[in-house]
Design a protein around this ligand. Structure first.
Ligand SMILES: [Zn+2]
Ligand SMILES: [Zn+2]
Length: 96
């Protein structure tokens, strides 16, 4: 039995390619991955907490990780305490 390799148009980049399997829709693995990647995931963002560049996996994501997100909540909630501590550090050893 002869296997016919059909010429197909890649659904991601539009290039013509020869099918290895008749279910193949993309010319390369990268194209397959790209087709599954939403637009917001392609552009990297800077984490609001640590400043690291990351690829978001949610459209509204502004933190690189859950750790940074949780850390930021704590920072906001504990702001008065932090300010007090900072002032104490500026003054010296905090012994007053
Ligand atoms: Zn392609
Ligand atoms: Zn971060």
């Amino acid at each position: 039995m002869k296997v016919v390799h059909e010429r197909k148009k890649c659904l991601s980049c539009g290039q013509m390619f020869t099918q290895q399997r008749n279910t193949q829709k993309f010319c390369r693995v990268e194209c397959k991955k790209n087709s599954r990647t939403p637009e917001y995931m392609k552009a990297k963002r800077e984490c609001l907490v640590c400043g690291k560049m990351f690829s978001p996996y949610r459209p509204q994501q502004v933190y690189c990780s859950d750790k940074c997100q949780q850390g930021n909540y704590r920072v906001i909630n504990d702001l008065p305490g932090r300010l007090r501590k900072q002032r104490a550090e500026i003054r010296g050893d905090g012994s007053d």
